[in-house]
Design a protein around this ligand. Structure first.
Ligand SMILES: [Zn+2]
Length: 202
């Protein structure tokens, strides 16, 4: 039995495959299967399958997994087994109540199997991808200090800008005192761009 999975959910393909294998064993399905696995819109595990025959099993199944699927693997197993039964030609009228309703009791064979989200086993995000509030504060203060320094350099070329220089130096001192703790409050009053100054890009 070959199982071709087209998995478009966050759940691990290997985990889904193991559940399908267990379900196939439970209902005696042996034929190759092509299974589309997609996200369910609601909260229920659902699916559909083509009808086949015992001697000529249908191949195609669609399985829809809700976000909570990892917490109800027995139900996922029950739905997979139910759909596999359809590929064997079994109709609802021929099923037991548990098989028809895909109860956890019917899917008990899968109850202990994992159904993990791929992000749950992926390597943690690189630290530089996550900027903490403190890091963001430090970055904003550094950016504003760089802007102030650039303005200072320009202002220094003309003595008539002496007052501006004083303000900017006060702003720089304020930035140093803040040390990245509270950049939101870093706004030197009365500090205005002079004509010809340019806002630095971020
Ligand atoms: Zn059905």
């Amino acid at each position: 039995m070959r199982i071709k999975l087209d998995n478009r959910t966050p759940f691990l393909t290997a985990d889904i495959r193991a559940i399908v294998r267990a379900a196939a064993k439970a209902v005696g399905a042996n034929g190759d299967k092509t299974i589309d696995v997609v996200n369910a819109r609601g909260w229920h595990v659902t699916g559909w399958a083509y009808y086949g025959h015992r001697k000529r099993e249908a191949r195609r199944i669609r399985l829809r997994l809700p976000k909570s699927a990892g917490d109800k693997v027995a139900e996922v197993g029950a739905v997979v087994a139910h759909e596999l039964m359809h590929t064997l030609g079994v109709r609802h009228a021929d099923m037991t109540s548990d098989q028809r309703r895909c109860t956890a009791a019917f899917g008990a064979f899968a109850a202990e199997l994992p159904l993990r989200r791929s992000e749950a086993v992926a390597a943690p995000e690189a630290p530089e991808d996550k900027e903490t509030a403190a890091e963001r504060g430090a970055r904003l203060v550094a950016k504003r200090a760089a802007h102030a320094r650039a303005m200072l350099k320009r202002a220094a070329t003309r003595s008539k800008r002496a007052r501006t220089i004083e303000r900017i130096e006060a702003a720089l001192a304020a930035a140093a005192r803040l040390g990245g703790q509270n950049p939101v409050d870093f706004s030197p009053r009365g500090w205005q761009m002079e004509e010809g100054d340019q806002e630095l890009g971020s």
